[in-house]
Design a protein around this ligand. Structure first.
Ligand code: ADP
Ligand code: MG
Length: 685
């Protein structure tokens, strides 16, 4: 049962099944001390009598009148009938539960009951509570049962649990021993014992995650030399002096400098470029690729969707204008002769910049001399996938010029620092923290679905001023359970409402060619309204679009809303993002909507998102392949410990880059062991 329901197979697993809370059971309350709003409390007393109240054919409310000599309260059970061997009158019990007031009297509904002589309060201390499933409860494996299992296990351990952190860490940071930590996380006597145990175990978990990442990054650096691009030549210079349509922002210049430094270092660049939507990452990527070209190498940029890849192709070709550089597209829809020609060009080196989707990694694509790879908007890309990419890339021309392509990962969903350290911990980070001049911040408004008429009027006004409008629906197939507006139906409605305008429709299930055609109509301004699902989420760039209407906005996460909003506000005009919801909203949803209305700052939004949802639910974290087996630490709440763990791990890597010092043997052995046992970790080791 434990194995099936919780994946617990060994005693070790059981010990690592930590309680989710503790309740102080060392204190007894007397009934006349009870007040409303109390948490769980326990009282010692006797049941004086029972009363049964029928509640229909198969339900009875059993009330036990319970006295501790100071007062009387009721114990209440709802059962099919009173069992034969129910609790006994006049036996001393310790009851445990949450007191509520009913008919002017305190009552405990379904209290936990122990015979007073069967438990030793002084030994109970803080009682652990474990999560159990319905199936487990049915089989009698309650939280209490797990408590007994762990208690017995800890009692039977003859030797202390072996230490997994070296004394120079535990001493300096004043951590309790591993043995103590495990005993106290389950059975603390006091709140302070519990917090010391928790802190030590959280630290240890985060520390090995960081050590793993940094070790990995260090190995990468040693194993993978990078091509040295010393030379800035015609491509870059010609572009910079003759084709750049606007001056670079300070942040763009700084990041290009950082990238150039990496490319000249002899190490393979692995850099994460963070920048809010619209901050101009594409241009930075392009100029970096031009340096690769100047050094005789090919470059490749990968986008998550076909639409985006096509848009990148168009953007790059437009930027480059009449420069003599061959840029080609490779996605699933490039087929037949065209595909062969592109593949041929990649292989013979005549394709200098390749724009593509994941197809580029999976396909038997062989570059002649791939020197620079950009992965756009890829917070969905785990370490393991990236590794695949650069392993694929070694070029036949290795030899004296041997090395590996530089990798730039770009993400428009800013990632909170502690999370970035964990997911992208092996990457160096550059941040574009400045938007191109002249942008007006998008005004975000919350509207109820009862206010659509005035919303339509606003949209009409914008279109009459020459602007374009996105209308986004959360789903495209009608679900019976959830009352969602169906995109198709919505599209029909919008066509009727806006019969004087032309509309496009895009969703994920359309044929790529149809999708492309519809998109192009909107991009060219032939249609004024684009009705879409979230396929437009990332990257789409139509500067003339000034209104983003998001219907059923309560269905979207924060980062998705922020991404969608980023589709407008790209031109010089004032733009608007309208979040439409039903009137009654859950607490969390209301918070999300308010944050969106309050700020345009992607980093603030990312922090809030992490706090609201926790890291496990954030996009990309499941695939990140590193940290999300976390059993006890929480990236959102344990930010300081993440930093501490990072610093400690870094100190060790710096001191022993080759893993040779005996002082660190324990650490390297433990890391080996973890890499073997944790599936997710082995993917990158
Ligand atoms: P993102 O970072 O979201 O990928 P883009 O690269 O798509 O942003 O850039 C958004 C828009 O800003 C594009 O239209 C781009 O041409 C424009 N842009 C980029 N850099 C600058 C700049 N330095 N000055 C003015 N506009 C710029
Ligand atoms: Mg972009």
């Amino acid at each position: 049962m434990l194995q099936r329901e919780l994946g617990i197979e060994t005693f070790g697993d059981l010990l690592q099944y930590f309680p989710y809370k503790h309740v102080d059971r060392s204190k007894l309350y007397s009934i006349n001390e009870l007040v409303s709003d109390m948490p769980y409390v326990q009282v010692k007393g006797r049941i004086l009598s029972f009363e049964d109240f029928s509640m229909g054919p198969r339900k009875v409310r059993i009330v036990g009148h319970f006295s501790d000599g100071n007062g009387i309260c009721d114990l209440v059970w709802f059962l099919p009938k009173r069992p034969k061997n129910f609790y006994q009158i006049n036996t001393e019990y310790i009851i445990f539960g949450k007191p509520t007031i009913y008919n002017g009297r305190f009552q405990f509904v379904h209290p936990e009951m122990d015979k007073a002589d069967s438990i030793q309060l002084s030994e109970m201390g803080m009682q652990p509570y474990y999560i159990t499933t319905e199936k487990m409860k049915k089989a009698g494996i309650t939280s209490r049962a797990i408590e007994k299992l762990t208690k017995t296990l800890l009692q039977q351990l003859k030797d202390p649990l072996p230490e997994t952190l070296p004394p120079f860490i535990t001493n300096r940071l004043h951590f309790v021993s591993r043995d103590t930590a495990f005993r106290h996380i389950h059975y603390p006597k006091t709140a302070s014992e519990l917090s010391h145990a928790t802190e030590r175990l959280k630290f240890e978990e985060l520390f090995y995650v960081q050590l793993n990442i940094l070790r990995y990054a260090q190995d990468q650096r040693r194993k993978y030399r990078g091509y040295i691009f010393q030379h800035v030549g015609d491509c870059f210079n010609d572009f910079y002096h003759r084709h750049l349509p606007f001056p670079l922002t300070g942040a763009q210049k700084r990041v290009i400098r950082e990238i150039r430094q990496d490319m000249g270092s002899g190490r393979q660049m692995n850099r994460l470029l963070q920048g809010d939507v619209g901050s101009g990452k594409t241009l930075v990527a392009l100029m970096s690729m031009l340096i690769a070209l100047d050094n005789g190498y090919q470059a490749c940029i990968m986008a998550p969707t076909e639409i985006l890849a096509e848009q990148h192709l168009a953007t790059i070709r437009e930027f480059l204008g009449d420069m003599n550089i061959r840029v080609e597209l490779l996605t699933g829809i490039v087929k037949g002769k065209k595909r062969e020609a592109v593949l041929q060009g990649i292989a013979d080196g005549s394709v200098q910049i390749l724009v593509g989707t994941h197809a580029v990694i999976e396909d038997p694509v062989q570059f002649l001399r791939l020197g620079f790879v950009v992965i756009d908007e890829q917070h969905r890309f785990g370490v393991a996938q990236r590794a695949k990419l650069w392993k694929k890339a070694p070029t036949p021309s290795g030899g004296a010029r041997g090395g590996f392509p530089h990798v730039l990962v770009m993400t428009a969903t800013p990632i909170p620092r502690t999370l970035a350290m964990t997911i992208y911990g092996d990457l160096d980070v550059s941040v574009i923290d400045e938007l191109p001049p002249g942008r007006k911040p998008v005004v975000t408004l919350h509207k109820l679905d009862s206010q659509m008429t005035s919303l339509y009027a606003g949209i009409r006004q914008q279109i009459h001023q020459g602007r374009q409008v996105y209308i986004v629906y959360p789903l495209i197939k009608e679900s019976e359970k959830i009352d969602l507006r169906n995109l198709e139906e919505g599209y029909e409605t919008m066509c009727q409402v806006f019969s004087e305008f032309r509309l496009s429709k895009v969703h994920g299930q359309m044929k790529p060619a149809d999708k492309e055609e519809e998109m192009q109509k909107f991009i060219k301004g032939e249609t004024q309204i684009l009705v879409a699902t979230t396929v437009i989420e990332v990257g789409v760039n139509v500067p003339n679009a000034s209104v983003m209407v998001i219907l059923d906005a309560q269905r979207f996460g924060l980062s998705q809303l922020h991404q969608l909003r980023g589709r407008v506000g790209r031109g010089a005009d004032q733009s608007y993002c309208i979040l439409v919801t039903k009137p009654e909203l859950a607490e969390d949803t209301r918070k999300r909507i308010n944050i969106m209305c309050d700020t345009n700052d992607g980093f603030l939004i990312a922090e809030a998102d992490l706090k609201l949802r926790g890291p496990g639910d954030l996009e990309g974290t499941q695939q990140s392949g590193m940290a999300f087996d976390l059993k006890i630490a929480d990236i959102a709440r344990d930010g300081q410990l993440v930093q501490l763990a990072r610093d400690e791990a870094q100190r060790i890597i710096d001191d022993d880059p080759q893993c040779q010092k005996a002082a660190y043997n324990l650490l390297w052995q433990r890391l080996q062991q973890l890499r073997k046992t944790l599936v997710n970790w082995s993917a990158i080791s």
